[in-house]
Design a protein around this ligand. Structure first.
Ligand code: VG1
Ligand code: CO
Length: 547
């Protein structure tokens, strides 16, 4: 085993997006592509070429194609960097929330998550890398920008020529002077879940014959859900389906939404539907929850959890506050108001919740993109959300549908939908956004298709804790009746650009709560298309994905 310093040249485009650096597998397979990024990361964290003396790093990924190769590469570099200890999930596996839990429980200085989340996997699919800091949360923008800057000037990488580590064997191994410990990927996260939820009540629910279908989408949520839901909570074998993490997710999108979790939806809408359905994404941080014959919108899910939080042991003392990403519906704002707690509106991406959680200003947070979480870790947490719902159903005796309808009755329904236009030529997408932004100063007070625009802006966020400013986080257009349209470009895609259009309208009238969302939102949808001239710019008449 010898340490090596190898010359390298910078790659362009290594700027992390909404959640880490995501590229096609083929891009990551280029010699030194991953190495350069990791070298830049370590240089920024520890100082150029400075050792990570005494520090612990957590490492794991969602098991997609290239995961094992990347884990070995990073282990060698961590050893060359002088980390005292690396905790790596067995088989190179750790879900995103598990990385967060392991960092926090073991006092690590940070962790590396290898995942492109819900993006497809396999040799033709996507790969990704993300750094989480000592609080367990995604690196803030200041850090990701510094890493990007460093990737542009790097000239060498430090590594070791040691052999591959036995990733499947639990326990301690030595790599250069570094202790590498292969850990059970599930144990720490499971321990945390036991502290938060009433496992006895959930066990009793399953014992009474309650039926759940948990679809892990051939992704990393499988081992976690199997261990807890079938193993500890006594749900019958077969409750968790598609539970084995596959390198290509069975050729599917591990994205729990009505478009890609169609198999689960068919089961929940069918004649012999189980009582509840749930799914998690590629790295198990997202969740989708369904009742029998009933879809729960993620924004409503967050609001229901907030409204009922004190029924669950981990949140018995109440919530300090809640936070949602800007495009997420205002359902949780209404709940917060009635609870008398603050509600924060942040830009898209979990990294923006970190400071609020660290400062104890919020307890629950969520995004419209099927992400929900709390102060227990610094990531969204798919299994956590499913257990929260199970706990609520168990102690209230109400169905998933009834819990959502209670929210609607009390606060009105925030009818909500997101329309994605995938694979737009990057330049056209930027022109569309530029044109929208150019309209901003004159939009307020004008009437478009019979609707008066109350105000419009480009969302900017000043972090209330550290004062950092994030601009251009999405164009918001709000009508006189408080209906909203939000336009932004995705920061996680790897092919062309994706335009996301978020639509929300508040409906207080209970007799209209059963209107399908697309129908209830039809005028707003037409307005959004006209305002942004979507067809003109993209040539597309309908969205690629509707959630
Ligand atoms: C999307 C979602 C955002 C989420 C991000 C990462 O980002 O909209 O809410 O935080 O994915 O989630 P964007 O920039 O494509 O809209 V995950 O589960 O992919 O880590
Ligand atoms: Co994810």
């Amino acid at each position: 085993m010898t340490l090596q310093t190898l010359p390298t040249t910078p790659f362009s485009g290594q700027r992390p997006g909404t959640s880490g650096l995501r590229k096609k597998v083929a891009v990551f397979q280029q010699a030194h592509y991953l190495e350069n990024f990791v070298q830049a990361l370590f240089d920024v964290l520890h100082g150029t070429d400075q050792p990570a003396t005494g520090l612990t790093l957590v490492l794991g990924g969602d098991g997609r194609f290239h995961n094992r190769t990347a884990v070995q590469t990073i282990l060698r570099m961590a050893a060359a960097r002088g980390y005292a200890r690396v905790l790596v999930g067995q088989g190179g596996i750790l879900s995103t929330p598990a990385v967060s839990a392991v960092i926090r429980r073991h006092g690590a200085s940070g962790g590396i998550v290898l995942s492109a989340s819900h993006n497809p996997g396999g040799p033709e699919g996507d790969f990704g890398i993300k750094y989480n800091s000592a609080n367990g949360g995604p690196a803030p923008e200041k850090l990701t920008e510094a890493i990007y800057a460093r990737t542009q000037t790097l000239q060498h990488i430090a590594t070791s020529d040691c052999a591959d580590l036995a990733l499947d064997t639990l326990g301690l191994q030595k790599l250069e002077a570094t202790d590498v410990e292969v850990i059970d990927p599930v144990a720490d996260h499971a321990a945390l879940m036991r502290e938060l939820f009433d496992f006895d009540a959930i066990r009793a629910l399953f014992a009474r014959g309650f039926r759940l279908r948990f679809d892990a989408m051939w992704a990393v949520g499988g081992p976690y859900a199997k261990a807890i839901i079938e193993g500890e909570l006594g749900a019958p074998a077969g409750t968790v389906v598609h539970a084995e993490p596959l390198e290509d997710f069975g050729g599917l999108h591990p994205d729990p939404n009505p478009a890609y979790a169609d198999d689960l939806i068919d089961h929940l809408m069918g004649p012999d539907a189980p009582d509840m359905g749930a799914a998690t994404d590629g790295d198990a941080d997202r969740n989708m929850v369904l009742g029998r014959g009933f879809l729960v919108s993620p924004s409503d899910s967050l609001a229901v959890l907030a409204a009922n939080a004190t029924k669950v042991p981990g949140y018995r003392a109440g919530l300090a506050g809640v936070a949602r990403s800007m495009p997420t519906s205002t359902a949780v704002d209404r709940v917060a108001k009635s609870l008398g707690i603050p509600c924060f509106e942040t830009p898209t991406g979990w990294k923006f919740f970190g400071n609020l959680l660290d400062a104890g200003q919020v307890t629950l947070c969520g995004e419209e993109s099927y992400g929900t979480g709390s102060s227990h870790v610094r990531e969204k947490d798919g299994l956590w959300a499913v257990l929260f719902w199970l706990n609520l159903v168990a102690v209230t005796g109400e169905s998933v549908e009834v819990l959502v309808r209670q929210l609607w009755r009390e606060h009105g329904r925030c009818v909500y939908s997101r329309h994605d236009y995938d694979g737009i030529a990057t330049e056209q997408a930027h022109t569309l956004m530029a044109e929208l932004r150019a309209q901003l100063p004159t939009l307020a007070g004008t009437t478009v298709a019979g609707q008066r625009i109350a105000w419009a802006d480009d969302f900017a966020y000043t972090d209330p804790v550290d004062g950092s400013l994030s601009q251009q986080q999405g164009v918001r257009v709000v009508l006189q009746d408080s209906s909203r349209m939000v336009f932004r470009l995705s920061g996680t895609g790897t092919e062309g650009a994706t335009l996301r259009v978020y639509l929300e309208r508040h409906e207080p009238d209970t007799s209209r709560h059963d209107l399908p969302a697309q129908q209830a939102l039809a005028p707003l949808i037409g307005l959004a298309q006209a305002l942004a001239r979507i067809t003109h710019h993209t040539g597309m008449h309908t969205p690629t994905v509707i959630t």
